[in-house]
Design a protein around this ligand. Structure first.
Ligand code: BGC
Length: 353
């Protein structure tokens, strides 16, 4: 079932709506036209009690002015581009600098701050088809990029996100979603007890502006080794230069074997108190695991007035490696006319006793 709700008006008077999808188990997912943001995901715990497991805001104003990209779709290029600069076919481009000396998450008005057009398709597995046309030169990126993101709420209590894009000129693209999770409920405190497992054998160390140095480092013997399940908190305070720079986990993890044809299970997170588990399936080659190290802006409290709190929510952003365009040994994020950008990420929810 899909229902449409008025959410708020922008300063110019445009009305913004949200869409609530619900499946037969009572799981709900609410998506906003503004930023295509996931505003709410309600899933049962091991006793069947529903909680909202993603961070979000109560007011449109916070989505417009807040700095955390809560739940938003990210584009054209997720994460940071060093100095906002890159070269494509011999031509230098400059993306908007909005994070120290770098460009972050698509620039000044990235996809997280655009109004998406939403087509609801109701049914047993309700879907929302979001589209956006990003004009040639938008935020310094070449080519008209036509983007479709389909959110589907599956019978199995999964949220599937299918990203598609085409261009009329050679360009770069690296899309993701910036949902912040806490499987105990978004207002349940720090996420250190969550048990995380990731099929990632390498990670990307960064400089102090969080730009990858170019090295793909083996996770062996580092706090970044999540190949066997361990709590997010276990190695959080370990003396480690990479953890220190980022104030926690804020790194790209590269999946063993890289990109796959179909989505495969890559990440599993379990919260022992509620019993909730989330599994991430994707065909993307990498994931940014961010432990909410900047999440403390008192001006933009979360839903219900709950304060932002460091490491009380985490992101698992499937994508290609950050700043790939400036590193020949990283992923290819170039999209050519006639080619289709086409990836799927599935967040599967369940419980474990
Ligand atoms: C980045 C963080 C950044 C955050 C913004 C994450 O994807 O890795 O460094 O602060 O987005 O909310």
């Amino acid at each position: 079932m899909i229902t449409k709700h008025f959410f708020g008006s922008l300063e110019d008077g445009r009305e913004i709506y949200s869409y609530m999808m619900k499946n037969a188990n009572g799981m709900t997912v609410r998506i906003c036209e503004f930023g295509g943001a996931i505003m709410e995901i309600r899933v049962p715990d091991r006793w069947g009690r529903m909680s909202d497991v993603v961070g979000g805001y109560d007011s449109l104003r916070d989505y417009v002015l807040g700095d955390g990209y809560l739940g938003a779709l990210i584009g054209r290029v997720g994460n940071r581009i060093c100095d906002g600069k890159y070269t494509l076919d011999g031509k230098e481009y400059t993306a908007f600098i909005n994070n120290g000396k770098n460009s972050l998450h698509g620039g000044q008005v990235g996809f997280s701050h655009k109004i998406w057009s939403v087509k609801p398709i109701d049914g047993e597995e309700p879907r929302l088809v979001l589209t956006l046309v990003s004009p040639d030169g938008d935020e310094g990126y070449p080519g008209t990029l036509t983007v479709t993101v389909t959110y589907a709420l599956l019978k199995s209590n999964a949220l599937s996100i299918h990203y598609e894009a085409t261009t009329d000129q050679r360009t770069i693209v690296n899309l993701t979603n910036h949902a912040y999770f806490n499987l105990g409920g978004y207002a349940s405190g720090k996420v250190f007890d969550h048990v995380l497992q990731m099929d990632a054998d390498r990670y990307l160390p960064t400089d102090d502006s969080l730009i990858p140095t170019g090295e793909l480092r083996a996770v062996d013997g580092t706090p970044f080794d999540f190949r066997e399940p361990k709590t997010i908190g276990r190695d959080f305070d370990m003396e480690n230069p990479d953890i220190k720079i980022a104030g926690g986990f804020d790194h790209c993890f590269c999946f063993a074997g890289g990109e796959t044809k179909e989505p495969v299970l890559r990440v599993e997170v379990y919260e022992p108190n509620s019993g909730r588990m989330m599994q991430v399936y994707t065909n993307q080659p990498a994931i940014q695991f961010y432990s909410g190290n900047f999440l403390n802006n008192p001006e933009h409290p979360l839903k219900g007035g709950y304060p932002q709190n460091l490491q009380a929510l985490f992101c698992l952003e499937t994508q290609k490696m950050p700043d790939s365009i400036n590193h020949p040994n990283f992923d290819n994020i170039v999209l050519d006319p006639g080619e289709k950008y086409d990836y799927t990420t599935i967040y599967q929810f369940s419980v474990k006793n």
